[in-house]
Write a protein that binds this ligand. Structure first.
Ligand SMILES: C[S@@+](CC[C@H](N)C(=O)[O-])C[C@H]1O[C@@H](n2cnc3c(N)ncnc32)[C@H](O)[C@@H]1O
Length: 281
């Protein structure tokens, strides 16, 4: 079979899936990986090129997995995030553009001195690895409970050549030995019932542990409030991603005697997405 025929057949398969927005782009990414080309150099290949049987079989297998709802990032095994590349698989949340927005805000704080930073629920390491790469003076720690996610996190720390101290612990039992200047988190924030529906409809193929924020989606934020009251330095910031409809709850949870909400920012799509809280007392 030629590359042209294979490309056409794969695009036809993905075109039948309503959730695939760009079958042409996704097939290009999958074939580039299998042919060991970058997506742009793939465009220079001759459509008459004969394709090996193994490549053809692997391509059909990937496309069928995609058709069954697996994300293209998890099929490819990597995802670009900010200006870095992250290994991903089914054990971590597939990095989202909304989280790049949080990272951009953090980097724009322009803090150019040694500070202590904690990323709660680090997953593949998108937040902690990217800030550590851009702010090498910061002491960055990453807290994660899932052993499988930690394996990926360690590889992303190594491949991006950064210094991040990984702590394998459950946040709900975490008592650090020191306090922090910045606490960052994109915690699980979807109500349990909605997660079940998302997974059943194949609208997400992330692990339950990365999505499930308890019955009202807010369980991690309540814990983050308690934690920041104890372990955030006065003047320090807690910066969190949350659901587009959770701004009101964030303000209710985080305005307390010791904490105050500085602002809630809207993401690139104009949705309430990141809330910044300051320790005031
Ligand atoms: C929404 S994901 C965010 C991953 C990553 N920070 C990102 O933004 O791409 C939340 C992460 O929190 C982790 N997590 C869930 N419960 C946890 C707990 N009790 N303690 C620590 N981490 C937890 C999950 O395993 C998952 O990796």
């Amino acid at each position: 079979m030629t590359l042209g025929d294979l490309n056409k057949q794969l695009i036809e398969i993905l075109s039948t899936c309503l959730f695939v927005e760009s079958p042409v782009t996704e097939v290009r990414l999958i074939l580039s990986k299998l042919l060991k080309k970058t997506p742009s150099s793939f465009l220079g290949l001759s459509l008459q090129m004969e394709i090996d049987r193994e490549v053809k079989e692997a391509a059909f297998q990937f496309v069928n997995e995609r058709k069954n709802g697996r994300s293209v990032a998890s099929i490819l095994g990597f995802r670009d995030f900010y200006d870095l590349q992250f290994e991903v698989d089914d054990n971590v949340l597939i990095p989202r553009p909304e989280t790049e927005f949080l990272v951009e805000y953090v980097l724009n704080l322009n803090i150019d001195k040694e500070i202590r930073v904690l990323d709660v629920g680090a997953g593949s390491g998108t937040i902690c690895v990217t800030v550590a790469k851009h702010r090498p003076k910061w002491n960055v720690e990453a807290l994660e409970v899932s052993e499988k996610a930690i394996n990926i996190l360690k590889r992303n720390v190594d491949s991006n050549n950064v210094n991040v101290n990984i702590i394998e612990k459950d946040f709900f039992n975490f008592e650090p030995a020191h306090s922090y200047d910045l606490i960052l988190s994109n915690p699980p924030y979807i109500p349990t019932e909605d997660v079940m529906q998302l997974l059943a409809r194949h609208d997400a193929d992330d692990p339950m542990l990365a999505l499930d924020g308890g019955s009202d989606g807010l369980i991690f934020y309540r814990e983050l409030k308690e934690f920041a009251e104890k372990f955030l330095n006065i003047g320090g910031l807690l910066i969190m991603e949350h659901g587009f409809d959770q701004k009101k709850s964030m303000h209710e949870i985080f305005n307390s005697a010791l904490l105050c909400v500085v602002q809630t920012l809207q993401d690139y799509a104009g949705l309430d997405r990141v809330t910044i809280v300051k320790k005031i007392g």
